[in-house]
Ligand binder design. Structure first.
Ligand code: ADP
Length: 475
Protein backbone atom coordinates (compact mmCIF):
# COMPACT_ATOMS: atom_id res chain seq x y z
CA UNK A 1 0.00 0.00 0.00
CA UNK A 2 1.21 3.53 -0.84
CA UNK A 3 1.13 5.56 2.35
CA UNK A 4 0.75 9.13 3.51
CA UNK A 5 3.88 11.16 4.21
CA UNK A 6 3.88 12.83 7.60
CA UNK A 7 6.81 14.35 9.52
CA UNK A 8 9.27 12.56 7.24
CA UNK A 9 7.67 9.11 7.69
CA UNK A 10 5.36 6.98 5.58
CA UNK A 11 2.15 6.51 7.55
CA UNK A 12 -0.59 3.90 7.09
CA UNK A 13 -4.27 4.56 6.64
CA UNK A 14 -7.50 3.03 5.43
CA UNK A 15 -6.89 1.17 2.12
CA UNK A 16 -8.34 2.77 -1.00
CA UNK A 17 -8.27 1.23 -4.51
CA UNK A 18 -7.38 3.37 -7.49
CA UNK A 19 -8.60 2.24 -10.94
CA UNK A 20 -7.93 3.19 -14.53
CA UNK A 21 -10.85 5.09 -16.17
CA UNK A 22 -9.84 3.63 -19.57
CA UNK A 23 -10.07 0.07 -18.20
CA UNK A 24 -11.71 -0.47 -14.83
CA UNK A 25 -10.18 -3.96 -14.56
CA UNK A 26 -6.76 -2.28 -14.26
CA UNK A 27 -5.95 -1.68 -10.59
CA UNK A 28 -3.34 1.08 -10.45
CA UNK A 29 -2.62 0.67 -6.77
CA UNK A 30 -3.88 0.74 -3.23
CA UNK A 31 -3.45 3.99 -1.34
CA UNK A 32 -3.81 4.89 2.32
CA UNK A 33 -6.52 7.37 3.24
CA UNK A 34 -5.54 9.63 6.13
CA UNK A 35 -7.90 10.22 9.05
CA UNK A 36 -8.32 13.35 11.13
CA UNK A 37 -5.55 12.36 13.57
CA UNK A 38 -3.04 11.78 10.72
CA UNK A 39 -3.99 15.11 9.16
CA UNK A 40 -3.52 16.87 12.49
CA UNK A 41 -0.14 15.17 12.89
CA UNK A 42 0.82 16.47 9.43
CA UNK A 43 -0.21 20.01 10.38
CA UNK A 44 1.80 19.76 13.61
CA UNK A 45 4.82 18.51 11.66
CA UNK A 46 4.51 21.36 9.15
CA UNK A 47 4.31 23.83 11.98
CA UNK A 48 7.31 22.21 13.68
CA UNK A 49 9.42 22.50 10.52
CA UNK A 50 8.38 26.09 9.79
CA UNK A 51 11.24 27.82 11.56
CA UNK A 52 13.97 25.66 10.05
CA UNK A 53 12.63 25.92 6.49
CA UNK A 54 11.86 29.64 6.74
CA UNK A 55 15.49 30.21 7.69
CA UNK A 56 17.10 27.78 5.26
CA UNK A 57 19.48 29.47 2.83
CA UNK A 58 18.12 30.37 -0.56
CA UNK A 59 20.77 28.03 -2.00
CA UNK A 60 19.16 25.17 -0.05
CA UNK A 61 15.68 26.12 -1.32
CA UNK A 62 17.01 26.32 -4.86
CA UNK A 63 18.69 22.90 -4.56
CA UNK A 64 15.54 21.19 -3.22
CA UNK A 65 13.25 22.60 -5.91
CA UNK A 66 15.77 22.03 -8.67
CA UNK A 67 16.16 18.40 -7.59
CA UNK A 68 12.39 17.83 -7.76
CA UNK A 69 12.15 19.56 -11.15
CA UNK A 70 15.05 17.58 -12.59
CA UNK A 71 13.63 14.25 -11.50
CA UNK A 72 10.17 15.05 -12.89
CA UNK A 73 11.73 15.96 -16.23
CA UNK A 74 13.97 12.88 -16.29
CA UNK A 75 10.99 10.59 -15.53
CA UNK A 76 8.37 12.41 -17.60
CA UNK A 77 7.59 9.39 -19.83
CA UNK A 78 7.10 6.98 -16.94
CA UNK A 79 5.16 9.45 -14.77
CA UNK A 80 3.22 10.72 -17.78
CA UNK A 81 2.04 7.16 -18.42
CA UNK A 82 0.97 6.86 -14.78
CA UNK A 83 -0.91 10.15 -15.08
CA UNK A 84 -2.74 9.04 -18.23
CA UNK A 85 -3.53 5.67 -16.72
CA UNK A 86 -4.94 7.31 -13.62
CA UNK A 87 -6.70 10.43 -14.95
CA UNK A 88 -7.50 9.40 -18.52
CA UNK A 89 -5.93 12.18 -20.59
CA UNK A 90 -3.91 10.98 -23.56
CA UNK A 91 -0.30 9.87 -23.17
CA UNK A 92 1.00 12.95 -25.00
CA UNK A 93 -1.02 15.16 -22.66
CA UNK A 94 0.14 13.17 -19.60
CA UNK A 95 3.82 13.38 -20.52
CA UNK A 96 3.39 17.07 -21.36
CA UNK A 97 1.84 17.72 -17.98
CA UNK A 98 4.67 16.02 -16.06
CA UNK A 99 7.22 18.02 -18.06
CA UNK A 100 5.30 21.16 -17.23
CA UNK A 101 5.36 20.25 -13.52
CA UNK A 102 9.14 19.79 -13.82
CA UNK A 103 9.52 23.21 -15.41
CA UNK A 104 7.36 24.76 -12.69
CA UNK A 105 9.68 23.42 -9.96
CA UNK A 106 12.72 24.66 -11.85
CA UNK A 107 11.15 28.07 -12.41
CA UNK A 108 10.42 28.41 -8.68
CA UNK A 109 13.90 27.18 -7.80
CA UNK A 110 15.10 30.33 -9.54
CA UNK A 111 12.39 32.41 -7.88
CA UNK A 112 13.94 31.45 -4.54
CA UNK A 113 17.09 33.32 -5.62
CA UNK A 114 15.32 36.56 -6.52
CA UNK A 115 15.57 39.69 -4.33
CA UNK A 116 12.90 39.51 -1.63
CA UNK A 117 12.41 43.17 -1.00
CA UNK A 118 13.49 46.68 -1.70
CA UNK A 119 15.12 49.61 0.00
CA UNK A 120 13.02 52.75 -0.31
CA UNK A 121 14.04 56.30 0.61
CA UNK A 122 11.91 57.71 3.42
CA UNK A 123 9.93 60.93 3.00
CA UNK A 124 11.38 61.92 6.37
CA UNK A 125 14.96 62.90 7.13
CA UNK A 126 17.24 60.37 8.81
CA UNK A 127 15.13 57.33 8.01
CA UNK A 128 15.48 54.48 5.59
CA UNK A 129 12.63 52.12 4.70
CA UNK A 130 12.95 48.44 3.80
CA UNK A 131 10.05 46.47 2.37
CA UNK A 132 10.76 42.76 2.74
CA UNK A 133 8.85 39.55 2.18
CA UNK A 134 8.60 36.68 4.66
CA UNK A 135 7.10 33.19 4.57
CA UNK A 136 3.44 32.92 5.60
CA UNK A 137 3.78 29.67 7.59
CA UNK A 138 1.91 26.40 7.04
CA UNK A 139 0.05 26.29 3.72
CA UNK A 140 -2.90 23.92 3.28
CA UNK A 141 -3.03 22.84 -0.35
CA UNK A 142 -6.17 21.17 -1.74
CA UNK A 143 -6.20 20.13 -5.40
CA UNK A 144 -8.57 18.60 -7.98
CA UNK A 145 -8.12 15.54 -10.18
CA UNK A 146 -7.94 17.12 -13.64
CA UNK A 147 -4.27 18.23 -13.54
CA UNK A 148 -2.91 15.82 -10.94
CA UNK A 149 0.74 16.86 -11.40
CA UNK A 150 0.67 20.45 -12.69
CA UNK A 151 -1.75 21.96 -10.18
CA UNK A 152 -0.02 20.45 -7.11
CA UNK A 153 3.29 21.61 -8.63
CA UNK A 154 2.17 25.19 -9.16
CA UNK A 155 1.03 25.43 -5.54
CA UNK A 156 3.72 23.36 -3.75
CA UNK A 157 6.69 24.82 -5.65
CA UNK A 158 6.07 28.52 -4.84
CA UNK A 159 4.99 27.63 -1.29
CA UNK A 160 8.34 25.93 -0.63
CA UNK A 161 10.38 28.41 -2.68
CA UNK A 162 9.22 31.23 -0.43
CA UNK A 163 10.01 29.35 2.78
CA UNK A 164 6.60 27.97 3.74
CA UNK A 165 5.80 24.44 4.85
CA UNK A 166 3.05 22.39 3.26
CA UNK A 167 0.28 19.93 3.96
CA UNK A 168 -0.91 18.64 0.58
CA UNK A 169 -4.31 17.00 0.13
CA UNK A 170 -4.80 15.71 -3.42
CA UNK A 171 -8.14 14.70 -4.98
CA UNK A 172 -9.35 11.20 -4.10
CA UNK A 173 -9.32 10.09 -7.76
CA UNK A 174 -5.60 10.70 -8.36
CA UNK A 175 -3.55 9.47 -5.38
CA UNK A 176 -1.02 7.80 -7.72
CA UNK A 177 0.36 11.07 -9.11
CA UNK A 178 0.25 12.71 -5.69
CA UNK A 179 2.13 9.84 -4.13
CA UNK A 180 4.76 9.77 -6.92
CA UNK A 181 5.32 13.50 -6.51
CA UNK A 182 5.54 13.15 -2.71
CA UNK A 183 8.02 10.30 -3.06
CA UNK A 184 10.32 12.54 -5.12
CA UNK A 185 9.88 15.41 -2.66
CA UNK A 186 10.69 13.02 0.22
CA UNK A 187 14.20 12.57 -1.26
CA UNK A 188 14.80 16.22 -2.10
CA UNK A 189 16.63 17.26 1.07
CA UNK A 190 13.75 19.10 2.75
CA UNK A 191 13.72 18.99 6.56
CA UNK A 192 11.27 16.38 7.96
CA UNK A 193 7.79 17.89 8.24
CA UNK A 194 8.34 20.70 5.72
CA UNK A 195 6.24 18.79 3.21
CA UNK A 196 3.45 16.36 4.12
CA UNK A 197 1.05 14.32 2.00
CA UNK A 198 -2.38 13.44 3.41
CA UNK A 199 -4.58 11.59 0.93
CA UNK A 200 -8.28 11.09 1.51
CA UNK A 201 -11.76 12.55 1.60
CA UNK A 202 -12.39 16.26 1.25
CA UNK A 203 -14.96 16.17 4.02
CA UNK A 204 -12.41 14.70 6.45
CA UNK A 205 -8.82 15.55 5.47
CA UNK A 206 -9.72 18.73 3.56
CA UNK A 207 -12.10 20.00 6.20
CA UNK A 208 -9.47 19.44 8.93
CA UNK A 209 -7.03 21.63 6.99
CA UNK A 210 -9.65 24.34 6.59
CA UNK A 211 -10.48 24.49 10.30
CA UNK A 212 -7.09 24.08 11.99
CA UNK A 213 -5.75 27.34 13.38
CA UNK A 214 -2.15 26.22 12.74
CA UNK A 215 -2.74 26.39 8.95
CA UNK A 216 -1.83 29.98 8.02
CA UNK A 217 -3.14 30.08 4.43
CA UNK A 218 -5.24 27.94 2.09
CA UNK A 219 -4.71 27.39 -1.62
CA UNK A 220 -7.53 25.53 -3.35
CA UNK A 221 -8.50 24.51 -6.88
CA UNK A 222 -11.80 22.73 -7.48
CA UNK A 223 -15.51 23.27 -7.75
CA UNK A 224 -17.32 26.50 -6.94
CA UNK A 225 -19.35 24.77 -4.22
CA UNK A 226 -16.27 23.56 -2.35
CA UNK A 227 -14.50 26.86 -3.06
CA UNK A 228 -17.28 28.68 -1.27
CA UNK A 229 -16.81 26.35 1.69
CA UNK A 230 -13.05 27.01 1.69
CA UNK A 231 -13.64 30.79 1.51
CA UNK A 232 -16.12 30.61 4.39
CA UNK A 233 -13.63 28.73 6.58
CA UNK A 234 -10.83 31.15 5.66
CA UNK A 235 -13.05 34.16 6.42
CA UNK A 236 -14.01 32.65 9.77
CA UNK A 237 -10.36 32.15 10.74
CA UNK A 238 -9.29 35.32 8.87
CA UNK A 239 -6.46 33.69 6.92
CA UNK A 240 -5.46 34.36 3.30
CA UNK A 241 -7.13 32.17 0.71
CA UNK A 242 -6.48 31.52 -2.96
CA UNK A 243 -9.28 29.89 -4.96
CA UNK A 244 -9.36 28.68 -8.56
CA UNK A 245 -12.79 27.39 -9.51
CA UNK A 246 -14.99 26.91 -12.51
CA UNK A 247 -15.21 28.40 -15.94
CA UNK A 248 -17.77 28.68 -18.74
CA UNK A 249 -15.25 29.96 -21.18
CA UNK A 250 -16.35 31.57 -24.44
CA UNK A 251 -14.63 31.44 -27.79
CA UNK A 252 -15.84 34.05 -30.28
CA UNK A 253 -15.55 33.41 -34.03
CA UNK A 254 -16.06 36.43 -36.28
CA UNK A 255 -17.01 36.52 -39.98
CA UNK A 256 -13.44 37.46 -40.93
CA UNK A 257 -11.82 34.55 -39.04
CA UNK A 258 -9.59 31.97 -40.69
CA UNK A 259 -12.22 29.24 -40.48
CA UNK A 260 -9.83 26.29 -40.39
CA UNK A 261 -7.88 27.86 -37.56
CA UNK A 262 -11.09 28.71 -35.71
CA UNK A 263 -12.39 25.14 -35.95
CA UNK A 264 -9.02 23.82 -34.78
CA UNK A 265 -9.09 26.16 -31.80
CA UNK A 266 -12.66 25.15 -30.98
CA UNK A 267 -11.94 21.40 -31.18
CA UNK A 268 -8.83 21.69 -29.02
CA UNK A 269 -10.43 24.06 -26.52
CA UNK A 270 -13.63 22.09 -26.11
CA UNK A 271 -12.52 18.48 -26.34
CA UNK A 272 -8.83 17.97 -25.59
CA UNK A 273 -8.24 16.50 -22.15
CA UNK A 274 -11.83 15.24 -22.60
CA UNK A 275 -13.10 18.78 -21.95
CA UNK A 276 -12.05 18.38 -18.32
CA UNK A 277 -10.08 21.62 -18.04
CA UNK A 278 -11.24 24.74 -16.23
CA UNK A 279 -9.98 26.69 -19.26
CA UNK A 280 -11.94 24.55 -21.78
CA UNK A 281 -14.17 26.52 -24.16
CA UNK A 282 -17.73 25.34 -23.71
CA UNK A 283 -19.48 28.26 -25.45
CA UNK A 284 -18.52 28.86 -29.08
CA UNK A 285 -20.10 32.15 -30.17
CA UNK A 286 -20.18 32.55 -33.96
CA UNK A 287 -21.34 35.53 -36.03
CA UNK A 288 -24.03 34.92 -38.67
CA UNK A 289 -21.87 35.28 -41.79
CA UNK A 290 -19.90 32.10 -41.03
CA UNK A 291 -22.29 30.38 -38.64
CA UNK A 292 -23.53 27.61 -40.97
CA UNK A 293 -20.09 26.90 -42.47
CA UNK A 294 -18.46 26.86 -39.04
CA UNK A 295 -21.05 24.47 -37.57
CA UNK A 296 -20.65 22.09 -40.54
CA UNK A 297 -16.89 22.03 -40.22
CA UNK A 298 -16.94 21.70 -36.42
CA UNK A 299 -19.29 18.73 -36.55
CA UNK A 300 -17.22 17.08 -39.28
CA UNK A 301 -13.99 17.50 -37.30
CA UNK A 302 -15.62 16.34 -34.05
CA UNK A 303 -16.89 13.15 -35.69
CA UNK A 304 -13.32 12.37 -36.80
CA UNK A 305 -11.90 12.50 -33.25
CA UNK A 306 -10.67 9.13 -32.04
CA UNK A 307 -12.03 8.34 -28.57
CA UNK A 308 -10.32 5.51 -26.74
CA UNK A 309 -7.92 4.13 -24.15
CA UNK A 310 -5.74 6.97 -22.90
CA UNK A 311 -2.54 4.98 -23.45
CA UNK A 312 -3.30 3.90 -27.05
CA UNK A 313 -1.06 5.71 -29.52
CA UNK A 314 -3.86 6.88 -31.83
CA UNK A 315 -6.26 8.13 -29.14
CA UNK A 316 -7.10 11.83 -29.28
CA UNK A 317 -9.79 11.90 -26.59
CA UNK A 318 -9.46 9.71 -23.50
CA UNK A 319 -12.26 8.60 -21.19
CA UNK A 320 -14.24 10.71 -18.74
CA UNK A 321 -12.57 10.45 -15.34
CA UNK A 322 -15.18 8.39 -13.46
CA UNK A 323 -18.78 7.15 -13.58
CA UNK A 324 -20.04 10.11 -11.53
CA UNK A 325 -18.60 12.64 -13.99
CA UNK A 326 -19.94 10.62 -16.95
CA UNK A 327 -23.39 10.67 -15.37
CA UNK A 328 -23.12 14.46 -14.94
CA UNK A 329 -22.10 14.90 -18.61
CA UNK A 330 -25.01 12.74 -19.80
CA UNK A 331 -27.43 14.58 -17.52
CA UNK A 332 -26.40 17.92 -19.07
CA UNK A 333 -26.77 16.47 -22.57
CA UNK A 334 -30.36 15.58 -21.66
CA UNK A 335 -30.88 19.07 -20.20
CA UNK A 336 -29.56 20.64 -23.43
CA UNK A 337 -32.00 18.60 -25.51
CA UNK A 338 -34.93 19.41 -23.26
CA UNK A 339 -34.05 23.12 -23.40
CA UNK A 340 -34.34 23.07 -27.19
CA UNK A 341 -30.69 23.02 -28.28
CA UNK A 342 -29.93 20.79 -31.29
CA UNK A 343 -27.50 17.95 -30.60
CA UNK A 344 -25.55 17.91 -33.88
CA UNK A 345 -23.24 15.03 -32.96
CA UNK A 346 -21.94 12.86 -30.13
CA UNK A 347 -23.23 12.88 -26.59
CA UNK A 348 -23.62 9.12 -26.11
CA UNK A 349 -21.39 6.61 -24.30
CA UNK A 350 -19.20 4.59 -26.67
CA UNK A 351 -17.94 1.03 -26.27
CA UNK A 352 -14.30 0.18 -26.66
CA UNK A 353 -12.42 -3.13 -26.18
CA UNK A 354 -11.78 -2.22 -22.54
CA UNK A 355 -14.46 -1.21 -20.07
CA UNK A 356 -13.98 2.53 -19.53
CA UNK A 357 -16.03 5.71 -19.24
CA UNK A 358 -15.95 6.70 -22.91
CA UNK A 359 -18.16 9.47 -24.25
CA UNK A 360 -18.44 10.72 -27.84
CA UNK A 361 -17.69 14.49 -27.84
CA UNK A 362 -20.95 16.41 -28.16
CA UNK A 363 -21.72 19.52 -30.20
CA UNK A 364 -24.92 21.40 -29.52
CA UNK A 365 -25.87 24.03 -32.13
CA UNK A 366 -28.47 26.81 -32.15
CA UNK A 367 -28.01 27.40 -28.45
CA UNK A 368 -29.18 30.35 -26.45
CA UNK A 369 -26.87 31.73 -23.79
CA UNK A 370 -29.69 31.57 -21.22
CA UNK A 371 -29.79 27.76 -21.42
CA UNK A 372 -28.37 25.87 -18.46
CA UNK A 373 -25.84 24.16 -20.76
CA UNK A 374 -24.49 27.65 -21.50
CA UNK A 375 -24.47 28.86 -17.90
CA UNK A 376 -23.34 25.93 -15.74
CA UNK A 377 -19.95 24.24 -15.92
CA UNK A 378 -20.38 20.69 -17.25
CA UNK A 379 -16.67 19.72 -17.14
CA UNK A 380 -16.93 17.25 -20.00
CA UNK A 381 -16.57 17.04 -23.80
CA UNK A 382 -19.68 19.11 -24.52
CA UNK A 383 -19.62 22.29 -26.63
CA UNK A 384 -22.51 24.69 -27.24
CA UNK A 385 -22.50 26.82 -30.38
CA UNK A 386 -24.36 30.13 -30.00
CA UNK A 387 -25.17 32.38 -32.99
CA UNK A 388 -24.58 36.15 -32.73
CA UNK A 389 -25.54 38.97 -35.12
CA UNK A 390 -22.23 40.80 -34.95
CA UNK A 391 -19.09 41.42 -32.88
CA UNK A 392 -20.88 43.60 -30.32
CA UNK A 393 -23.47 40.94 -29.61
CA UNK A 394 -20.81 38.22 -29.51
CA UNK A 395 -18.81 40.17 -26.92
CA UNK A 396 -21.93 40.77 -24.83
CA UNK A 397 -22.74 37.03 -24.88
CA UNK A 398 -19.13 36.13 -24.07
CA UNK A 399 -19.25 38.32 -20.97
CA UNK A 400 -22.74 37.24 -19.92
CA UNK A 401 -21.63 34.55 -17.47
CA UNK A 402 -20.93 34.33 -13.75
CA UNK A 403 -17.41 33.07 -14.58
CA UNK A 404 -14.32 34.80 -16.04
CA UNK A 405 -11.32 32.53 -16.44
CA UNK A 406 -10.32 32.38 -20.12
CA UNK A 407 -11.88 34.08 -23.14
CA UNK A 408 -10.92 33.58 -26.78
CA UNK A 409 -11.50 35.26 -30.13
CA UNK A 410 -10.73 34.15 -33.67
CA UNK A 411 -10.54 37.08 -36.07
CA UNK A 412 -8.22 38.65 -38.62
CA UNK A 413 -9.29 42.13 -37.52
CA UNK A 414 -6.71 43.84 -35.34
CA UNK A 415 -9.35 46.32 -34.23
CA UNK A 416 -11.69 43.62 -32.94
CA UNK A 417 -8.85 41.63 -31.35
CA UNK A 418 -7.58 44.72 -29.52
CA UNK A 419 -11.10 45.68 -28.42
CA UNK A 420 -11.76 42.15 -27.20
CA UNK A 421 -8.51 42.10 -25.24
CA UNK A 422 -9.63 45.21 -23.37
CA UNK A 423 -13.28 44.30 -22.87
CA UNK A 424 -13.33 40.53 -22.30
CA UNK A 425 -14.19 39.95 -18.64
CA UNK A 426 -11.63 37.24 -18.03
CA UNK A 427 -8.28 36.72 -16.39
CA UNK A 428 -6.81 35.31 -19.60
CA UNK A 429 -7.50 36.29 -23.22
CA UNK A 430 -6.56 34.17 -26.23
CA UNK A 431 -6.39 35.65 -29.73
CA UNK A 432 -6.49 33.10 -32.56
CA UNK A 433 -5.42 30.45 -30.03
CA UNK A 434 -7.24 27.82 -27.94
CA UNK A 435 -8.71 29.01 -24.62
CA UNK A 436 -6.73 26.29 -22.81
CA UNK A 437 -2.98 25.70 -22.79
CA UNK A 438 -0.99 28.23 -20.81
CA UNK A 439 2.64 29.03 -20.01
CA UNK A 440 4.05 28.25 -16.58
CA UNK A 441 5.99 31.49 -16.02
CA UNK A 442 3.15 34.02 -16.23
CA UNK A 443 0.08 34.59 -14.04
CA UNK A 444 -2.86 32.19 -14.23
CA UNK A 445 -6.29 33.02 -12.89
CA UNK A 446 -9.64 34.60 -13.51
CA UNK A 447 -12.16 37.23 -12.49
CA UNK A 448 -15.78 37.10 -11.27
CA UNK A 449 -16.79 33.64 -10.00
CA UNK A 450 -13.70 31.86 -11.33
CA UNK A 451 -11.05 32.99 -8.87
CA UNK A 452 -10.49 34.66 -5.55
CA UNK A 453 -7.26 35.78 -3.93
CA UNK A 454 -3.83 36.31 -5.46
CA UNK A 455 -2.95 34.99 -8.90
CA UNK A 456 -1.14 31.68 -9.29
CA UNK A 457 2.03 30.98 -11.31
CA UNK A 458 4.83 33.17 -12.48
CA UNK A 459 6.10 35.98 -10.29
CA UNK A 460 2.53 36.72 -9.23
CA UNK A 461 2.60 33.60 -7.03
CA UNK A 462 4.87 35.47 -4.63
CA UNK A 463 2.00 37.74 -3.56
CA UNK A 464 0.08 34.88 -1.99
CA UNK A 465 2.97 32.85 -0.64
CA UNK A 466 4.70 35.70 1.21
CA UNK A 467 3.68 38.43 3.62
CA UNK A 468 5.14 41.91 3.48
CA UNK A 469 7.03 43.60 6.32
CA UNK A 470 7.89 47.31 6.24
CA UNK A 471 10.86 48.29 8.41
CA UNK A 472 11.92 51.85 9.30
CA UNK A 473 15.55 52.29 10.25
CA UNK A 474 16.83 55.53 11.75
CA UNK A 475 20.36 55.97 10.52
P1 ADP B 1 -14.11 18.31 -8.32
O1 ADP B 1 -15.38 18.53 -9.02
O2 ADP B 1 -12.89 18.73 -9.04
O3 ADP B 1 -13.99 16.97 -7.69
P2 ADP B 1 -14.24 19.35 -5.62
O4 ADP B 1 -14.37 20.78 -5.22
O5 ADP B 1 -15.26 18.39 -5.14
O6 ADP B 1 -14.17 19.41 -7.18
O7 ADP B 1 -12.82 18.78 -5.20
C1 ADP B 1 -11.63 19.53 -5.23
C2 ADP B 1 -10.81 19.19 -4.00
O8 ADP B 1 -11.51 19.67 -2.85
C3 ADP B 1 -10.61 17.70 -3.78
O9 ADP B 1 -9.31 17.47 -3.28
C4 ADP B 1 -11.66 17.37 -2.74
O10 ADP B 1 -11.36 16.25 -1.97
C5 ADP B 1 -11.61 18.63 -1.89
N1 ADP B 1 -12.82 18.81 -1.06
C6 ADP B 1 -14.07 18.38 -1.29
N2 ADP B 1 -14.89 18.72 -0.27
C7 ADP B 1 -14.13 19.39 0.63
C8 ADP B 1 -14.39 20.00 1.89
N3 ADP B 1 -15.60 20.00 2.45
N4 ADP B 1 -13.38 20.59 2.53
C9 ADP B 1 -12.14 20.63 1.98
N5 ADP B 1 -11.83 20.07 0.81
C10 ADP B 1 -12.81 19.44 0.13
Amino acid sequence: MNKNFVAGHWVDGEAYENRNPSDVSDLIGVYAHADVATTEAAIAAAQGASHEWAHATIQKRFDVLDFIGSELLARKDELGALLSREEGKTLAEGVGEVARAGHIFKYHAHQALQPNGEVVPSVRAGLQVQVTREPVGVIGIITPWNFPMAIPAWKIAPALAHGNTVVFKPAELVPGCAWALAEIISRSGLPAGAFNLTMGAGSRVGQTLLNDSRVSALSFTGSTTTGRNVARAAAHRMVPVQLEMGGKNPMVVLNDADLDLAVNCAVQSAFYSTGQRCTAASRIIVTRGVYAAFCDLLVRRTLELRVGHALAADTQIGPVVDPRQLEQDLRYIEIGRSEGATLACGGAPVRRPTEGHFLAPAVFVDCDNRMRICREEIFGPVASVIPAEDYDEALAIANDTPFGLSSGICTTSLRHAAHFQRHAQAGMVMVNAPTAGVDYHVPFGGVKGSSLGGREQGQAAREFFTKVKTTYIAA
